[in-house]
Design a protein around this ligand. Structure first.
Ligand code: NDP
Length: 283
């Protein structure tokens, strides 16, 4: 079988264009959707992500406010900025770019954030709601994964899904969201025995490990949907966690890296900001 490519660039462009229309509608009601992005320190990858997020805001008419703080910012200073943004009625979404420098406590930063402005979906309240199947801000990368799967038109219900990776930002929330859509979900991790056999029974494979081309074609069931979240920087460029070239011979649908999940993550952040603005604007 030759796979269909799940083109995250194309799908995310369509989503951005519908967000743009919704932003105009909110603006006509006097609501100016605004995302505050906080960047602490000089992490080069974080700087790239923040720039991409600002660009996405610009393209959709969402106002982005960037707060760049020096690496030596104290914990109190950062918490005080987040609290200030919580109170600011003109700000609908707050995103603190992780990882933070080691002396800052990410859990505490999330804990002080107003969950209604937590467009990344990492606040414990939003995590709890996600697991409980209650409406919440779904975290952006997992939401992008689900949107890509749904874009195939193949129902998730009843499918066997294997998520490789159990991080709080990708693996666990993806698994919860697949379960909420009635997939039969297995979460695999570094202690999983016989990973090959576990993955080979999956109709849907989500790879979120962080190891280049770790999921090989022999692990993929003929006709499976394969979503590759991995971003691995190699001398030859960025590659995913899946051996794309070979796996594409067996999957029915597969995401490329780059150009798959990555662009979806930003589109989902913009979508969450739009939702936050719409909701707060009603109050
Ligand atoms: P983490 O490093 O937090 O988690 C990796 C997971 O992979 C862990 O649960 C780990 O298991 C598991 N793992 C490691 N080795 C193996 C193995 N040999 N077999 C099975 N499982 C294994 O990574 P993240 O979840 O944060 O990210 C995963 C990948 O996704 C990375 O490449 C990252 O760059 C990318 N990413 C991409 C995003 C995007 O927008 N496209 C956004 C976020 C991440 P254990 O828990 O046992 O250690």
């Amino acid at each position: 079988m030759i796979s269909n490519i799940l083109d995250g660039r194309k799908i995310s462009a369509e989503i951005r264009s519908s967000i743009k229309e919704e932003v105009l509608k909110l603006k006509a009601r006097g609501i100016n959707p605004t995302l505050a992005v906080v960047l602490v320190g000089e992490n080069p990858a974080s700087k790239v992500y923040v720039r991409q997020k600002e660009k996405g805001c610009g393209e959709t008419g969402i106002t982005s406010r960037k707060y760049e703080l020096p690496a030596e910012t104290t914990h109190e200073e950062l918490l005080s900025l987040v609290k200030k943004l919580n109170e600011d009625k003109e700000v609908h979404g707050i995103l603190v770019q992780f990882p933070l420098p080691a002396h800052l406590n990410e859990t505490e930063v999330l804990a002080v954030m107003n969950p209604e402005k937590d467009v990344d979906g990492f606040h414990a309240l939003n995590v709890g709601k996600l697991v409980s199947g209650l409406p919440c801000f779904e975290p952006c990368t997992p939401k992008g994964v689900i949107t890509l799967i749904e874009s195939t038109g193949i129902p998730i219900e009843g499918k066997s899904a294997v998520v490789t990776g159990r991080s709080n930002i990708v693996g666990k929330p993806v698994a919860s969201m697949l379960l909420a859509r009635n997939a039969t979900v297995t979460i695999a991790h570094s202690k999983t025995r016989n990973l090959q056999k576990v993955v080979a029974q999956a109709d849907i494979v989500v790879a979120a490990i962080g190891k280049p081309r770790f999921i090989t074609a022999d692990m993929i069931k003929e006709g499976a949907i394969v979503i590759d979240v991995g971003i691995n920087r190699l001398p030859e460029g960025i590659v995913g966690d899946v051996d794309f070239k070979e796996a594409a011979r067996k999957a029915s649908w597969i995401t490329p890296v780059p150009g798959g999940v990555g662009p979806m993550t930003i589109a989902m952040l913009l979508q969450n900001t739009l939702l936050a603005a719409g909701k707060q604007g009603e109050n």
